[in-house]
Design a protein around this ligand. Structure first.
Ligand SMILES: NC(=O)C1=CN([C@@H]2O[C@H](COP(=O)(O)OP(=O)(O)OC[C@H]3O[C@@H](n4cnc5c(N)ncnc54)[C@H](OP(=O)(O)O)[C@@H]3O)[C@@H](O)[C@H]2O)C=CC1
Ligand SMILES: CC(C)CCC[C@@H](C)[C@H]1CC[C@H]2C3=C(CC[C@]12C)[C@@]1(C)CCC(=O)C[C@@H]1CC3
Length: 317
């Protein structure tokens, strides 16, 4: 018979020590403080600080730490092994850790975009505005791809037996982005070795991967979904512009948005209302992803090939 401790849901969040990951952990505990929450972080000091902050608001919560650098395959394999020893189940896997290294704003694109019909879209998604300088990891992979996509994919593959259990369903949730863009991604260069939009490409890759995962794993009780947090002030965005700059431009961004609103674009027969209600909160609306299932499957096969290659390499080492 299962003890009540074994019946508690196990939730793992990568990149849980700051920003969206930490806010998510706080929210999860406020919804259900009876979960086993595991903060998967690369820096244990920052993870400890996050744990202490969560315990302040939720004393008595069951919060464990797991060391993992999702950009390193060795670290991911070790972390997965450790997890399998600690828990008998995994209910929610939040694949949230992510990077946007050395971001630069393309000011020419910004000025051109500002006076175009795409201004609002540009402010909402950052489309075409940002470039990044990527690097190669110890495993010989592009860092943004390794961190935002492949490390998480390997983690998921390793945890497959826990996620695909006949008696229960499991959910994998990816932190994607409105910056995910089809034109930044290429199946022939899925690591984005050539371009300067590795972030956009990696987020499009997570969207594709999520679709493929559903096709392959739904029958085994594993469901994948992507969330798109919009624009959130975190270390990631403070890497693009310093905090004081954001304080200055946010009201301007709001004004631009207001002036760009077209009254005729409002539907007279629609009510525009907040989705928040006392009967359960729903702050989001679904947006159809700009992708097709063949591309998702083709990308999935490429990831499986890369996985095979790296597993052989790990065995040889
Ligand atoms: N902020 C925004 O506007 C948006 C963010 N997102 C996505 O949300 C996710 C969270 O980002 P956000 O909270 O904004 O940014 P933060 O930089 O605040 O958080 C990123 C988290 O990921 C961790 N991380 C980064 N690299 C690794 C790694 N190799 N191994 C383990 N952990 C790692 C960081 O750890 P450490 O502290 O050690 O660096 C940190 O905890 C990302 O995937 C991002 O792309 C999506 C849309 C918008
Ligand atoms: C005065 C100007 C220099 C103002 C430039 C504003 C831009 C820096 C921002 C406008 C939209 C923003 C945005 C992001 C980053 C910053 C902007 C491009 C993200 C790409 C950050 C990470 C994400 O995942 C999505 C964000 C979408 C919007």
């Amino acid at each position: 018979m299962m003890s009540s401790d074994n019946m508690k849901k196990v939730v793992l969040v990568t990149g849980a020590n700051s920003g969206i990951g930490l806010a998510l952990c706080k929210r999860l505990l406020s919804v259900d403080d009876q979960i086993h929450l595991c903060l998967a972080c690369r820096n244990m000091q920052r993870a400890e600080t996050a744990r202490a902050a969560l315990l302040c608001s939720h004393p008595g919560a069951d919060i464990a730490l797991l060391k993992v650098d999702v950009g390193s395959l060795k670290s991911v394999l070790e972390a997965a092994k450790e997890l399998k020893q600690r828990y008998r189940r995994l209910d929610y896997l939040y694949l949230n850790a992510g990077i946007m290294p050395n971001p630069r704003i393309d000011f020419n694109a910004f000025i051109n975009g500002l006076f175009s019909r795409k201004a609002i879209h540009m402010f909402a998604t950052g489309e075409g505005l940002l470039t990044q300088e990527d690097q190669v990891t110890e495993d010989g992979l592009q860092n943004v791809f390794a961190t935002n996509v492949f490390g998480h994919f390997i983690l998921l593959r390793e945890l497959e037996p826990f996620l695909c259990q006949s008696e229960k369903e499991s959910l994998v949730i990816w932190s994607s982005s409105s910056n995910a863009r089809r034109s930044a991604f290429s199946l022939t260069d899925y690591q984005h070795t050539q371009g300067k939009e590795s972030y956009s490409s990696s987020k499009y890759a997570t969207d594709l991967l999520s679709v493929a995962l559903n096709n392959h794993y739904n029958k085994q009780g594993l469901y994948s979904s992507v969330v798109c947090p919009g624009l959130v002030m975190t270390h990631l965005t403070y890497g693009i512009l310093p905090p004081f700059f954001w304080t200055l431009i946010l009201p301007i961004m709001l004004l631009v948005w207001l002036f760009k609103q077209k009254p005729e674009s409002l539907d007279p027969l629609a009510k525009y209302y907040s989705c928040t209600s006392g009967l359960g909160s729903n702050y989001v609306k679904p947006v159809k992803m700009d992708l097709d299932e063949e591309a998702a499957e083709a990308f999935y096969q490429k990831l499986l090939d890369l996985e095979t290659k790296y597993r052989c390499w790990q065995n040889v080492k």
